[in-house]
Design a protein around this ligand. Structure first.
Ligand code: ATP
Ligand code: MG
Length: 499
């Protein structure tokens, strides 16, 4: 029964005159009427196409109304049937109600009452249809949910990564076989059980606690490395949200995905060892060659002709570049191994900046860059002078190198809340936002058509970051492509350290 189609009524009555009167009145009410002169004809007609409601006389030849009801109602239980009865068949009508008829009216028929009863029956049917549709929807949603749940279970159980879902009390409420394998557990375990019984790592427990108390500062997830016996695992934990009585969504626990990165770590260590070894092996002969070439340049092995002098000088320059790369490689390796010497000497950052800027002055001018320096006052810090020089050298040389069409580079320093704030800003090519998080990675270089000629290894900023972190400082960067870049370094001031 849809709203658009007219409502179709079947009138089953052997009295032709009554059928005709009814047809007229039904039509006047906007109903379509199908007529049948007895129960058999009505059944045949129903088999050909359904109707919305049946008005049924009881006394008819061929097949009585009672017999029709007995046969039709089980076949079409949704169609309401209103029985019309004379006084002689009242008890049969009552029997019909027991068989499932919606209501009965006594003849002679009062059409107003009949229409009222029909409207009520139709309304009841509409409500029943609606309830059935709701029920179907609920069943379908339940089945969909279950299918989805089964699918997720299969995925989680087949994953090579460990997965665990924890609740507010840091109990595991869901886990997969890979998690137990990673934890070296052979027998299956029953949920819920405390996380510490599977992964007893204090930093991971701390993370789960922080997630619970929403102390993760707007981050979507926390990634950390944890040690489990000889294994190194990367654990990525994120809050799970659920409905709550007071707040609609609240943190109900966390989901943690664990990946075994032991092999990657080992490979990384082997690569670092290899790079170290090669760098060391290369440095000594290179230093010797450089010394020999210096001897040549100083004329200690006899005077050089102009061309010879030029070639030797070019050779020295290339060797210097190579030595610089080797030193960077060794420094990064030392930083990673925690072996970079960080002396603690009193340095005035402002003075150091002024000296370094002077040294860069000529190079800046050669590249058409205006290099300026503004340092408000003396800024004493405790740090390793060589390392802080490396930081400034790298940032200033980057600012000049990545300003290919000339421009301005400014270096400034001032005290900010117990820190010396150093800014190195340029008006160069800038760095696209998606590249910004990667520029501090080892060997990472941004590809830009205008700076393709700039040679470098991509080690400078990783070294800078390592040194700044080692001094309990901070470094960040803001950049707008084609407008410029600004690096900000914060180093603890001496006074602040002594407090
Ligand atoms: N001031 C800057 N303006 C634009 N891009 C920059 C700037 N500083 C760094 N970058 C980008 O970040 C990348 C990484 O810098 P980093 O100093 O680590 O390496 P590099 O300069 O390429 O080589 P090197 O190890 O010789 O310093 C650079 O290749 C460059 O693409
Ligand atoms: Mg650099």
């Amino acid at each position: 029964m849809t709203m658009a189609d007219p409502i179709k009524i079947m009138l089953v009555d052997d009295e032709k005159a009554f059928r005709e009167t009814s047809r007229r009145l039904f039509k006047g009410r906007g109903f379509d009427m199908v007529a049948a002169e007895n129960g058999q004809a009505a059944l045949d007609s129903l088999h050909r196409g359904p109707v919305d409601l049946i008005v049924l006389d009881l006394k008819m030849p061929v097949m009585s109304g009672e017999e029709f009801l007995k046969r039709a109602h089980p076949l079409y239980p949704d169609i309401p049937i209103i029985v019309l009865t004379g006084h002689g068949t009242l008890d049969v009508a009552v029997e019909c109600m027991k068989q499932g008829a919606y209501d009965f009216l006594t003849k002679p028929i009062d059409f107003d009452r009949l229409f009222l009863t029909m409207e009520r029956a139709l309304e009841k049917r509409r409500l029943e249809d609606k309830a059935k549709r709701f029920q179907d929807d609920i069943v379908r949603s339940y089945l969909d949910l279950n299918t989805e749940k089964k699918r997720l279970e299969t995925i989680i159980n087949c994953m090579a990564n460990g997965v665990m879902v924890t609740d507010r009390e840091l109990h595991i409420v869901l886990h997969n076989p890979a998690l137990l394998r990673m934890a070296g557990m052979t027998a299956p375990v029953e949920n819920p059980l405390p996380v510490s019984r599977v992964l007893n790592d204090s930093s991971l427990l701390e993370t789960l606690r922080k997630i619970q108390s929403r102390e993760i500062g707007g981050k979507d997830f926390i990634s950390q490395e944890i040690l489990l016996g000889k294994k190194v695992l990367r654990a990525i934990s994120a809050p799970t949200l659920g409905p709550d009585r007071n707040v609609f969504w609240t943190v109900t626990g966390a989901v943690t995905v664990l990946e075994d990165i032991t092999a990657f770590k080992e490979l990384d260590r082997m690569k670092t060892d290899f790079v170290n070894m090669v760098a060391h092996e290369l440095r000594s002969p290179l230093v010797s060659v450089r010394q020999l070439q210096t001897v040549l340049l100083e004329g200690m092995a006899g005077p050089l002709q102009e061309k010879q002098d030029e070639f030797v000088r070019r050779g020295v320059k290339k060797i210097d570049n190579l030595l610089e790369l080797i030193n960077d490689l060794l420094n990064v390796a030392r930083l990673e191994g925690g072996r970079l010497v960080q002396q603690s000497v009193r340095i005035d950052v402002s003075e150091m900046i002024a000296e370094i800027v002077t040294l860069f002055d000529q190079r800046a001018r050669q590249q058409g860059v205006t290099l300026t320096c503004s340092c408000e006052c003396s800024l004493p810090i405790y740090a390793d002078p060589g390392n802080i020089e490396k930081v400034l050298n790298n940032l200033i040389s980057n600012a000049i190198n990545y300003s290919p069409g000339g421009g301005r580079v400014s270096v400034s320093a001032r005290p900010v809340e117990g820190f010396a704030e150093i800014r190195v800003s340029d008006t160069g090519v800038g760095i696209p936002p998606e590249e910004l998080p990667k520029i501090f990675d080892k060997f990472y270089r941004v590809k830009h058509p205008k700076t393709r000629h700039v040679t470098g290894t991509g080690l400078g900023l990783s070294l800078v970051k390592g040194i700044v972190d080692g001094c309990c400082g901070k470094i960040d960067v803001t950049s707008v492509p084609d407008q410029g870049t600004s690096f900000r370094v914060l180093l603890p001031l001496m006074e602040a350290e002594q407090k």
